[in-house]
Design a protein around this ligand. Structure first.
Ligand SMILES: *Cc1c(COP(=O)(O)O)cnc(C)c1O
Ligand SMILES: [Zn+2]
Length: 481
């Protein structure tokens, strides 16, 4: 079964309903169960056959592929057999996603936090967020459907807090021109960088008043009543692609997950679903022997999953929340679509590895933005959601949930540059009151202007150079030797 070259193994993937357990064939698009309305996960019915190969052989195969040169296997499909083993080599779309670096904190940051930690920079994906992992899989699937079924046109649609639309528009722009990209955004609730992405990729961008949850209800209505391809994480193919995050973490740590805790921001809860599902597969196949601990992190301004797990196990019931403004805007979601997936997987996760392996912590807005600033002032490139993870780690330490030997891997889900508007609001003290953020001098940084345009006009080039240099010397307190 294991040979070099493109894999020969093919899975038998079926949509598995988390509500009524009914299954549907994997060669058609389904988002929610026609029977009961619940969400799906895709299940490979040939997965038990993969267990005939030892964990050691799997590790060797994936390690060999990491050095391989087959384009289709360079990204998330390095882990082909574990992700969506139904594609042929030509089906696979690769735009450089996956294989993002894990960067260990400097001694200074580690001492400051009191814990060994590293960021996995998922902002180093092509559209600068982790969403590309799922999109690569969803578009490989969609492209194949269009070819096989000979569709003459298909509208690929999503609602977004910014990054799903950036990613969907990018992959659609690369794909078969029968696929047309349409994105629905909550007006004023995505950053200008995020808005520029689908516009630049040539997608049709539609803005609606309200928040993400409002846009999501509109695309759900469209997906239920018209023939459109939904690219939100209800689309179970996206979840499969996002599992690659877990596989990469395990591989980079040499398949040893002992004393490791992953921190993941929760918005629509697709990412944390995929990460738990991914680690469970690795454990099942013997690639790893223990599951890492998982910490979901939510802002107090958008915390429905945290609230659910705060209740006593036997009394838990889920209610959506009304969100308030959050700097972790990409996770500002009150009614996460993948919540039922999290509930199922967290339960399995704890059954396999014991209590305390799955946790959700809640953090303040002030802590989120200041954790991002702290990380970036120590050489990282984290977004506000990565800041949320660092705030979550500090919170977990406060609650004495961390062991001193544990390594914390924090998910920087996007690139810092996408969220520079929040940094700017902090530095200029211009946060609207709804954010509950008051800047502290120690974190603020701003450009210092030392000569005006008018002063420059009055000077010759030499005078200007000398005057400016003198100002810099004064600012820095430099002494000539
Ligand atoms: C989408 C997104 C999240 C939230 O992920 P979910 O899968 O919706 O929980 C967090 N951070 C960034 C940068 C995102 O784009
Ligand atoms: Zn069902």
């Amino acid at each position: 079964m294991i040979k070099s070259g493109f894999p020969a193994y093919r899975g038998d993937l079926r949509y598995h309903c988390l509500g009524c357990e009914k299954e549907y064939p994997g060669d058609e698009l389904y988002y929610t169960c026609p029977e009961c309305g619940s969400v799906f996960l895709l299940k490979d019915h040939n997965f038990p056959n993969l267990k005939e190969v030892s964990g050691e052989k799997w590790r060797a195969l994936f390690d060999a592929r990491a050095a391989g040169k087959i384009t289709a296997l360079r990204g998330i499909f390095r882990f082909y057999e574990l992700i969506a083993p139904v594609f042929s080599e030509q089906d696979i779309v690769y735009l450089g996603e996956g294989n993002t670096p894990i960067i260990f904190a400097s001694d200074r940051l580690r001492k400051n936090v009191g814990q060994n930690l590293a960021f996995k920079n998922d902002g180093q994906n092509p559209s600068a967020s982790f969403k590309d992992r799922g999109m690569a899989c969803a578009f490989s699937y969609l492209g194949r459907l269009v070819r096989e079924k000979n569709w003459d046109q298909v509208v690929a649609i999503c609602a977004s807090t910014g990054d799903t639309s950036a990613s969907a528009a990018l992959y659609a722009a690369y794909a078969d021109n029968r696929i047309k990209s349409v994105v629905l955004l909550p007006h004023g609730k995505v950053t200008s960088q995020q808005l520029s992405q689908p516009l630049g990729s040539g997608a049709l961008v539609i803005e609606l008043p309200g928040v993400f949850d409002d846009c999501m209800r509109v695309v759900e209505f469209l997906a239920d009543n018209f023939k459109v391809a939904l690219l939100n994480s209800k689309n179970a193919w996206r979840i499969l692609g996002q599992e690659s995050y877990a596989f990469e973490v395990a591989q980079w740590l040499d398949w040893d997950m002992q004393d490791t805790a992953l921190f993941v921001p929760i918005g629509n809860a697709g990412n944390i679903t995929a990460i738990m599902s991914g680690f469970l597969k690795l454990k099942d196949l013997g690639l790893i022997t223990v599951l890492p601990r998982i910490f979901g992190v939510q802002s107090r301004h958008a915390d429905p999953v945290f609230r659910y797990y705060q209740q006593k196990p036997e009394q838990r019931s889920f209610s959506p929340v009304q969100v308030s403004p959050s700097v972790a805007q990409a996770a500002m979601i009150g009614n996460p679509v993948s919540f039922p997936r999290v509930r199922d997987l967290a339960c399995i996760y704890e059954k396999v590895q014991g209590r305390g392996t799955f946790n959700v912590v809640q953090v303040e807005e002030q802590a989120i933005i200041e954790s991002m600033l702290l990380a970036n002032q120590n050489g990282h490139i984290t977004c506000t959601q990565g800041g949320e993870c660092l705030a979550g780690l500090m919170r977990a330490r406060e609650l004495r949930l961390m062991d001193k030997n544990e390594l914390a891997i924090l998910d920087s889900t996007a690139h810092a540059l996408k969220f520079s508007n929040f940094q700017e609001m902090y530095f200029s003290g211009s946060f609207p009151s709804g954010y509950d953020i008051v800047p502290k001098d120690e974190y603020v940084n701003s450009p210092k202007q030392i000569l005006s345009e008018v002063e420059k006009e009055r000077m010759s080039q030499e005078e200007f150079t000398r005057a400016a240099a003198e100002k810099v010397i004064r600012v820095l307190g430099l002494k000539s030797d």
